[in-house]
Design a protein around this ligand. Structure first.
Ligand SMILES: *Cc1c(COP(=O)(O)O)cnc(C)c1O
Length: 383
């Protein structure tokens, strides 16, 4: 099987030899034009026409009323959590199977990640496991949810749409609503992914996106917060610009803010890339169909597909192998053959920094962590 996979990937990428990376950016639209224009305008920093245009485009694409440009996805999540009311020594529910940025941002907000198991199909937070776990550990006091084992407040829940496969976000929000827990979606990986026809990231109190170099569309580095709450958006913009009160010459600040704004030169790149989001996603979805077809020939491999009612961007394609041993052999063979593959993240609760954090039964996450591998996923050129 390993040899056939390498052959198949080389075929679909028309690259019979040489190294094939896991995911590369594609600059085939107005990237050069807009970046040069930003330079010519002299507005290369956090104020400029492309920042405004980027925010409009993000609001259009996601259907969220407001979008705020942020310097990267990690800081977008930090700020979104702070604005959701997460405070020192609170707990924030999230999945253990995620990129480290999710757990780090929770720590930046002063809170403690509380890991809840994932679903076997979406690989994101499981609404059933969440409901079951809250049933066991939650205690309501005057409308506020506490963890009765630690005594700490549960201040938010951060589901993450793994590799662009949408989680069952409506069910997660329904569970959280029973406990008055606000939901902030980590949609860093899911630009162009929809659940029941609605864009991911636009369901909760707020959602965040990343435009890092390895994501579906990139601004070099960049992020965004989207929300339907005007006050939230206004505050996000304010706090991300050092909480500076707008004035023609005076330096006046009314809070401890951050330098979290996306520079205009990055926004220029982002605008050119966002113009291509539909064609990139279509290209990726076509590839995922080819993969699904191909892997249906192998009994011991499962190609991870979108669930019913969802439309994934297939940011990174993923397969699940039989066991850890075949996973390791697959990684070794493909990487030796010049086709980059990599395992899914190590579970957050197994990392030194997060090993003492509260958690639910994590049997699904543990199963997936040993078996799931990402395979080549760049947009194919000339398709
Ligand atoms: C990429 C990513 C982030 C962070 O984005 P940056 O822009 O790199 O800071 C956050 N969460 C998840 C799940 C990601 O994949």
């Amino acid at each position: 099987m390993y040899k056939e996979v390498v052959q198949f990937i080389r075929e679909v990428y028309h690259q019979p030899e040489g190294f094939i990376p896991l995911h590369e950016p594609r600059f085939v639209g107005n990237e050069r034009k807009y970046v040069m224009d930003a330079i010519d305008s002299t507005f290369v920093s956090s104020v400029g026409a492309y920042v405004d245009k980027f925010e409009e485009m993000m609001s259009d694409i996601t259907g969220a009323k407001y979008a705020v440009a942020i310097v990267n996805g990690t800081n977008a999540l930090h700020l979104a959590l702070q604005l959701t009311g997460v405070k020192n020594n609170d707990e924030v529910l999230t999945q253990p199977l995620t990129f480290i940025a999710t757990a780090n941002a929770i720590k930046y907000a002063g809170a403690i990640p509380h890991f809840v198991d994932v679903d076997m199909e979406t690989m994101g937070l499981s609404p059933d496991k969440l409901a079951q776990h809250l049933e066991e550990i939650a205690e309501m006091r005057q409308g506020v949810c506490y963890n009765k084992n630690t005594g700490r407040r549960i201040a938010a829940c951060v589901p993450m749409h793994t590799f662009g496969l949408p989680v069952y976000i409506d069910q997660i929000i329904e569970v959280c609503n029973t406990y008055n827990i606000p939901v902030v979606e980590d949609a860093a990986e899911s630009l162009g992914s929809y659940y029941k026809g609605q864009h991911t990231g636009s369901f909760g109190k707020a959602g965040i996106f990343s435009f890092n170099g390895n994501k579906t569309v990139t601004s070099g580095g960049g992020g965004a917060i989207v929300t339907n709450d005007k006050d939230f958006a206004v505050k996000a913009k304010h706090l991300s610009t050092q909480a500076k009160i707008s004035h023609r010459w005076e330096y006046a600040h009314d809070a401890i803010g951050y330098n979290y704004r996306m520079p205009n030169i990055n926004a220029a790149l982002a605008c050119a890339q966002l113009e291509q989001v539909d064609s990139f996603v279509k290209n990726k979805r076509d590839l995922s169909d080819l993969y699904a077809d191909f892997f249906s020939n192998f009994e011991d491999v499962k190609f991870m597909r979108e669930t019913e009612n969802s439309k994934a961007n297939y940011w990174l394609n993923a397969i699940m192998l039989k066991d850890k041993k075949s996973r390791d052999a697959f990684l070794q063979y493909t990487n030796d053959a010049g086709v980059m593959t990599r395992p899914i993240w190590q579970l957050m609760n197994r990392l030194e920094m997060f090993k003492d954090c509260p958690k639910s039964d994590l049997s699904n996450a543990e199963f997936l962590a040993d078996r799931v591998v990402n395979i080549t996923s760049s947009v194919r050129i000339n398709e």
